[in-house]
Write a protein that binds this ligand. Structure first.
Ligand code: NAD
Length: 251
C-alpha cells in the first residue's frame, strides 16, 4: 500500500467487497478509516478486521441516499479524527436489468438515488472538509458500465453519471488542491456479483468471457488502483476514469 499516515479516509459501502478491501488497505497505510454502510453488521466486521491488524477505524451507519445521514456521517468523521483527507465513494447497487421500456419508476429511482444522487451528496459534504484541510483526493466507483452498455439501464445510466460528476468535481476543485478520479471495474469477485450470478449465471459467465484475462478480478486488484489514485504517487492525476477490467474494453 501507500503512505496515509496521519490522514483520515472515508469509505462508503465498506461493509463488503471492494469497499471493505479498500478500507483495509488505507488502514494498512496508516490512515484513520471511517467505515460507512447501511449494513451495520458487515461494517462492524470491517472495523474488527482493521483493528485486529493494528489499524484504526470507526463505523458510521449511513444510507448515502439520505442527505441528513450523509451530512452527519461526514461530521462524525471530523469529530472523530479532526478532518477528512481522502474519500472513496463506493456504495452502490445493481438494480433491474429488464428492457428499459419495462422498468418501473421505482426501479429507476432506487438505483439512481444510491449510485448517483448518493455519490453527489457524499462529495457535497466531503469536499468542503478536503478544502478546509488544504487538499486531498476522492475516488468514485463507476464501472465498465460507466463507459459502455454493460448492465441494466439504471445502473449504466448511474455509472455514466458518476464519471460526469467526477469530471465536474475535478475541474471545480482543482484550484483547491483536490484531485477527483473514477475507477471502472470489470467483473469483480464480490457479493454483488455472487448475487447477480445467482439470478443469471449465464450473464456473468458471458461478461467474464469478455475479459481477456479470462477470470473475475479480485477486490484487492481494484482497491490497489483506488489507493494509488488517492496517494501522493498520483499527484498529477485528476478528472480521469480508470478501467480495472481484465482487458474488457480493449476489444
Ligand atoms: P457489494 O454489494 O459487495 O458492496 C456494496 C456495499 O454498498 C454493501 O456493503 C452495501 O451494503 C453498501 N450499500 C448499498 N447501498 C447503500 C446505501 N444506500 N448506503 C450505504 N451503503 C450502501 O458490491 P461491490 O461489488 O463491492 O461494489 C462496490 C462498488 O463497485 C459499487 O459501486 C459497484 O457498483 C461497483 N462495481 C462493482 C463491480 C463488480 O463486479 N463487483 C463492477 C463494477 C463496479
Amino acid at each position: 500500500t501507500y503512505d496515509f499516515e496521519g490522514q483520515t479516509a472515508i469509505v462508503t459501502g465498506a461493509a463488503s467487497g471492494i469497499g471493505r478491501e479498500t478500507a483495509e488497505q488505507f488502514a494498512a497505510g496508516g490512515a484513520n478509516v471511517v467505515v460507512t454502510d447501511v449494513d451495520a453488521g458487515g461494517g462492524a466486521e470491517t472495523v474488527e478486521r482493521i483493528e485486529s491488524a493494528d489499524g484504526t477505524a470507526t463505523f458510521v451507519e449511513t444510507d448515502v441516499s439520505d442527505a441528513g445521514d450523509v451530512e452527519a456521517m461526514v461530521q462524525e468523521a471530523v469529530d472523530a479524527y479532526g478532518g477528512v483527507d481522502v474519500a472513496v465513494n463506493n456504495a452502490g447497487i445493481e438494480g433491474e436489468t429488464e428492457p428499459l421500456a419495462d422498468l418501473s419508476e421505482d426501479a429507476w429511482d432506487r438505483v439512481l438515488d444510491v449510485n448517483l444522487k448518493g455519490l453527489w451528496l457524499c462529495m457535497k459534504h466531503e469536499l468542503p472538509e478536503l478544502v478546509a484541510g488544504e487538499g486531498g483526493a476522492i475516488v468514485n466507483l463507476s464501472s465498465i458500465a460507466g463507459l459502455v452498455s454493460a448492465g441494466g439501464a439504471p445502473y449504466v445510466a448511474s455509472k455514466h453519471g458518476v464519471i460526469g460528476l467526477t469530471r465536474v468535481a475535478a475541474t471545480q476543485y482543482a484550484g483547491d488542491n483536490v484531485r477527483v478520479n473514477a475507477v471502472c471495474p470489470g467483473v469483480i469477485d464480490t457479493p454483488m456479483v455472487d448475487r447477480a450470478g445467482e439470478a443469471d449465471p449465464e450473464a456473468i459467465d458471458q461478461f467474464v468471457g469478455m475479459q481477456p484475462l479470462g477470470r473475475k478480478g479480485t477486490p484487492e486488484e481494484v482497491a490497489s488502483a483506488i489507493v494509488w489514485l488517492c496517494s501522493g504517487e498520483a499527484s498529477f492525476v485528476t478528472g480521469n476514469a480508470y478501467p480495472v477490467d481484465g482487458g474488457y474494453l480493449a476489444q
